[in-house]
Design a protein around this ligand. Structure first.
Ligand code: B12
Length: 207
């Protein structure tokens, strides 16, 4: 097995110590930081994303893989030159006002980051003004919203309207347990059922 295959396997297994030692070994062998990211760390997350979509991996395991991947990223990122990572675009994301659920939203963040997006994560209980401010400041390609309560879902419409009134020309993505494709269509947004599909759709939307 190549060293990169071993590295990706450590990511898939959520083996943080394994990732750290494999990344350090690769650097000691003069491997390029970008290749470590693409062929090792992100290649591992591709497998995770596929297994998660197929129901072969579950949330706690995905979070462990992400933690292991970030441990490797923390080592190589400072070694990269500006512009080394091709950016797919910028996503501003948050869980909407009144809603504190963030596990699913954080998975979306992780999948988008590992697909090459710059992600501005506004956290939970996010007001429309904060979405507008961040979307403007970071010139967002996509504004993404998560809601897990029937009572907070309606606020997504208000956020989109506020962004449009502020002249923001982004695409909108929404998700969360109560959200349906029909609701998304009604408010002018794109819906996906899970984080892996969210990252795939984001690539198409921002492309
Ligand atoms: C964990 C949980 C909590 C935790 C949240 C911890 C945290 N840090 O997130 C705690 C205990 C805090 C909590 C609190 C409450 N909860 Co709660 N909670 C859940 C539970 C069990 C799991 C949610 C979860 O994390 N799922 C796992 C993740 C991976 O899945 P996911 O969130 O759906 O995300 C995926 C997709 O939806 C999608 N996705 C998510 N966001 C986005 C965004 C975009 C842009 C896209 C494209 C895709 C996308 O991708 C994700 C990954 O694949 C659900 C049950 C359920 N069936 O969902 C109830 C649930 C959501 N909660 C519920 C309720 C009622 C509450 C409370 C009001 C309870 C109370 N009486 O206090 C409070 C509300 C607090 C608040 N103001 O937000 C109800 C909502 C009912 C409704 N339809 O309104 C549910 C459905 C439980 C139920 N059956 O009654 N909860």
């Amino acid at each position: 097995m190549s060293n990169y295959a071993i590295l990706s396997e450590h990511v898939v297994n959520g083996n943080e110590a394994g990732v750290v030692s494999e990344v350090n070994a690769a650097l000691a062998n003069n491997a390029s930081p970008l290749e470590i990211i693409n062929s090792g760390l992100l290649a591992g997350m591709d497998v995770v994303s596929e297994q998660f979509a197929n129901g072969d991996m579950f949330v706690p395991e995905v979070l462990m893989s992400a933690k292991a991947m970030y441990a490797g990223m923390d080592i190589v990122k400072p070694l990269l030159g500006e512009g080394d990572i091709a950016s797919q675009g910028t996503v501003v994301i948050g869980t909407v006002k009144g809603d504190l659920h963030d596990i699913g939203k954080n998975l979306v963040v992780m999948m988008m980051e590992s697909s090459g997006f710059k992600v501005i994560n506004l956290g939970t209980d996010t007001k429309k003004e904060d979405f507008v401010k961040a979307a403007k400041e970071h010139n967002a390609d996509i504004v993404a919203m998560s809601a897990m309560l029937t009572t907070t879902m309606a606020y997504m419409d208000e956020i989109i309207k506020a962004c449009q009134e502020a002249g923001i020309s982004a695409k909108y993505m929404i998700g969360g347990a109560p959200v349906t494709p029909a609701y998304a269509e009604k408010i002018g947004a794109v819906y996906t059922a899970d984080a892996a599909a969210a990252a795939d759709r984001a690539k198409i939307l921002a492309g």
